[in-house]
Write a protein that binds this ligand. Structure first.
Ligand SMILES: [Zn+2]
Length: 79
């Protein structure tokens, strides 16, 4: 665990907690927690027993659902 900043693309915040073999900031950690909670208590139990490597695909799945807030405001194409 030698990441200095959050693994989420575009996030420059210092890491707070591990997520799989990577690390994420506090804000994203809380978002990840909420995401897992939505998947139900079974997910929580299952996740606790998973290795860091096994958690990686789950982290990737969650990461793909995140919208980067700091994205430069490009003019939205009007069709
Ligand atoms: Zn972050």
């Amino acid at each position: 665990m030698h990441d200095l900043t959050c693994m989420i693309k575009g996030c420059q915040t210092r890491v707070y907690a591990p997520a799989g073999t990577h690390s994420i900031c506090r804000e994203h950690f809380l978002a990840y927690l909420i995401w897992r909670r939505r998947k139900g208590p079974q997910m929580f139990m299952k996740y606790a027993g998973m290795t860091m490597e096994e958690r990686d695909p789950l982290v990737a799945e969650w990461a793909s659902t995140i919208r980067v807030e700091e994205a430069p405001t490009a003019p939205a194409p009007k069709s």
